[in-house]
Design a protein around this ligand. Structure first.
Ligand SMILES: Nc1nc2c(c(=O)[nH]1)N[C@H]1C(S)=C(S)[C@@H](COP(=O)(O)O)O[C@H]1N2
Ligand SMILES: [Mo]
Length: 410
């Protein structure tokens, strides 16, 4: 079964009450009464250190590297111009529902529990995980709402959520243990269908309702495929803001799947529901089902390594650089327009395609004034960035070509 079909199947089970006798009304009632969803129990704070950080994010957020949106920090694309393939930690975007918790790695434990195990709960220390076979991957983490701001600024539409530009993505080298290795050691049963990683950060309160800890179920098929429990990022221990001591990395899927500060994993023989796969991270609005359309994967996007309204000198050749990416496979082609979309030229690929494809193209702007740069990528499966993204009320999956303004100076 593919991802969308699985989600449909899961939703049908839920609607017909086969999800452990747990209905949508139960979810709403429980959420209101207990301040938690179905899978929440006592997720105390084992390993949580006494004092938290002063702000929601621990690392410095200098204005030349980040744009801050509340508890989140977006990478400025100009900060990647002189960089290699990977995004250094000092400029990697941060998406926090609440705030970065400071966890004690010695006290930290990963507990694996649930009806999808053959036996009782299993527990792993950080040392236990480090002794298991390690794998490393170069993968993107990208927020489902990356580019959301362009629904408004470029398409004149209303959406809710953080008004990200294109900087809610980063590519890093992640090292850790396969989730499949840990689940099998924990005694995974053949009847398991869903895997629910639960974060150790504060519970998330939305509209006055405590929705419990950040958590979103994964089908067991994905969990056993290519998901990592990562404890290193770019060759260093995971930084606090990115999930120390251990986070999930779920290749190709929207950022919310890659739960940070994971403390517990519930494995279930019935489908699981949380606000993060029912209320959020579904496509709502005109043309979508009332329950919302499910999605897990990212779409094709491109960005120039320039600030909006960057100043470029007239009459001098400039190498424009950028990156394009798709969750459906490598990028096959990137076309760039320097005249607002009238003419297109092929950009030159630079380096490997892993997480994203870097590219460059020369441009000699003749006339001073305002110009619009456009980059449009096509992936190996033939997905090309459209002129307009499909509107949805929560502003996910903005894949349209972004019109990037620059000012050419005499
Ligand atoms: N526990 C926990 N995990 C989380 C989140 C969170 O707030 N809490 N945010 C999610 C979202 S929405 C995204 S886009 C990614 C962001 O990862 P980063 O902050 O390392 O860039 O983490 C995901 N994992
Ligand atoms: Mo996200």
């Amino acid at each position: 079964m593919d991802e969308a079909r699985y989600d449909h199947h899961r939703l049908r089970q839920w609607l017909t009450g086969r999800a452990a006798g747990f209905t949508r009304r139960d979810l709403i009632r429980l959420t209101a009464a207990l301040g938690a969803g179905s899978a929440v129990s006592t997720i105390g704070a084992p390993g949580r250190a006494a004092a938290g950080p002063a702000g929601p994010i621990v690392k410095p957020l200098p204005a030349d590297l980040f744009t801050v949106h509340g508890t989140n920090a977006e990478m400025r694309w100009s900060a990647m111009r002189q960089q290699g393939h990977l995004v250094p930690v000092d400029r990697f975007f941060v998406r926090n529902h609440t705030r970065t918790p400071i966890l004690d790695p010695d006290a930290w434990r990963l507990t694996v529990t649930g009806t999808g195990l053959r036996g009782g709960p299993a527990e792993f220390s950080l040392g236990d995980l480090r002794r298991l076979p390690a794998v490393a991957v170069t993968e993107a983490v990208e927020c489902a709402g990356n580019g959301r701001g362009f629904f408004t600024t470029q398409q004149g539409q209303t959406v809710s959520g953080t008004p990200w530009g294109l900087g809610a993505i980063g590519v890093a080298r992640w090292r850790g243990v396969r989730l499949s290795t840990v689940l099998r050691r924990a005694g995974l049963s053949a009847r398991a269908v869903d895997v629910l990683p639960v974060g150790l950060d504060d519970t998330f309160v939305s509209g006055g309702v405590d929705l419990g800890p950040v958590r979103r179920p994964l089908p067991v098929r994905k969990a056993l495929d290519d998901v990592l429990l990562a404890y290193e990022m770019n060759g260093e221990p995971l930084p606090a803001d990115h999930g120390f001591p251990v986070r999930l990395i779920v290749p190709g899927w929207i950022g919310i799947a890659s739960i940070k500060w994971v403390g517990r994993i519930e494995v279930s023989d019935t489908p699981l529901f949380t606000p993060w796969n029912t209320q959020f991270y579904r496509l709502f609005g005109e043309g979508f089902p009332a329950d919302g359309a499910p999605f897990d994967r990212q779409v094709v996007k491109s960005a120039f390594e320039l600030d909006p309204n960057a100043a470029l000198p007239a009459g001098r050749t400039r190498t424009l650089t950028g990156r394009s990416w798709s969750a459906h496979g490598p990028i096959r082609r990137v076309e760039v327009s320097t005249d607002g979309g009238r003419h297109w030229r092929r950009a030159r690929p630079v380096g490997p395609d892993a997480g994203w494809q870097r590219w460059e193209i020369d441009w000699r702007p003749a006339a001073p004034g305002r110009h619009e740069l456009l980059a449009r990528a096509t992936d190996v499966r033939g997905h090309t960035q459209p002129d307009t993204a499909v509107h949805n009320t929560l502003g996910y999956l903005f894949d349209a070509v972004v019109r990037h303004p620059v000012v050419v100076e005499a």
